[in-house]
Design a protein around this ligand. Structure first.
Ligand code: PRP
Length: 187
């Protein structure tokens, strides 16, 4: 369907239905992995918001939920490498089994930082779940335990992922038209 949100999309990588099916598989895998335990999900805002909301509902476990907000991109299309915590944990994670939920693993700067940060906070274990993995972007040695989709080296938006804070509410995941980068009203 054409509208002002989809006009800027070059092509759809994953449809709403494809995402839903994959998220259900990930939720079932996590439910099996943590059966009988009480993991603490840590959603990394803002990008993971929509994935997290769907993932935890696809995962029938007794679990806790925390949010952290970190950013490293600003309005740029590649990582600055500096990770800033905008909202920190509200509870002690010492001794807890954490499930860190990300929308995308790209350079690895964010998850490398978070892994060190959460380890220093005393987490018993850290399981990384990312909806998208872009291995071509990697600068730090980070591997996710659960990956939804492996994506090519293109700028993807939708289902929580933004460009300059836009397109997070696109229900599918798509590649942004290159001419959209740098439009004065979109930065
Ligand atoms: C995005 C995304 C990840 C991170 C991944 O966050 O949500 O947290 O970048 O990239 P990396 O592997 O290169 O570090 P961003 O900093 O854009 O903030 P946002 O989640 O608020 O969009």
């Amino acid at each position: 369907m054409k509208n002002e949100l989809t006009n800027d999309i070059l092509r759809v990588l994953y449809t709403e239905d494809e995402i839903k099916a994959r998220v259900e598989e990930l939720g079932a895998a996590l439910a099996a992995r943590f059966a009988g335990q009480r993991p603490l999900f840590v959603g990394i805002l803002k990008g993971s918001l929509i994935f997290l909301a769907d993932l935890i509902r696809a995962c029938p476990l007794l679990c806790d939920l925390e949010m952290m907000a970190v950013s490293s991109y600003g309005n740029a299309t590649s990582s600055s490498g500096r990770v800033r915590i905008n909202h920190d944990l509200q509870q002690d994670v010492r001794g807890r089994d954490l499930v860190v939920v990300e929308d995308i693993l790209d350079s690895g700067n964010t998850l490398a930082f978070l892994r060190d940060y959460l380890t220093a906070k005393g987490a018993a274990s850290i399981t990384i779940v990312t909806l998208l993995d872009k291995p071509s972007g990697r600068q730090k040695a980070v591997t996710a335990d659960y990956v939804g989709f492996t994506v090519p080296d293109e700028f993807v938006v939708g289902y929580g992922l933004d460009y300059a804070q836009l397109y997070r509410n696109l229900p599918c995941i798509g590649v942004l038209k290159p001419e959209v980068y740098g439009k004065p009203d979109k930065t």
